[in-house]
Design a protein around this ligand. Structure first.
Ligand SMILES: [Zn+2]
Length: 119
């Protein structure tokens, strides 16, 4: 997530949340609608956290390594629990699981077990 805030000459504050195609980094884009829906759920969770705790407190937590991982885990949990996740591409899910591990998860609780190829 990339969060920027700027206040213009007239005192109007604009806030932007940038969505990085983090979970599709092998290709840089996705043609799976569920991947895209699910990605926005991640950013939605950050946004609802900002609304709930206020921007200043959010940034104070987000700007520490431990706090950033905590907030990322909250957003990852939202993604994995969202109805779109089961329909996401395997590549996307793998990216989410990898990101979960990078942010402090040791165990992945929900993994689809693939069938062995038929001989
Ligand atoms: Zn995030």
């Amino acid at each position: 997530m990339n969060l920027t805030q700027k206040t213009d000459f007239f005192g109007i504050t604009e806030m932007k949340i940038g969505v990085k195609l983090l979970f599709n980094k092998w290709e840089g884009y996705s043609d799976n609608a569920n991947d895209i829906i699910n990605m926005f759920e991640h950013e939605n969770k950050h946004y609802s956290d900002i609304k709930e705790m206020g921007l200043n407190k959010f940034l104070k937590i987000f700007n520490t390594a431990h706090g950033k991982k905590y907030l990322e885990r909250r957003a990852i949990e939202k993604m994995i629990n969202h109805e779109s996740f089961d329909k996401c591409s395997d590549r996307y899910k793998l990216g989410v699981y990898k990101y979960a591990v990078e942010n402090g998860y040791g165990i992945i609780s929900k993994v689809k077990i693939k069938q062995l190829p038929l001989k």
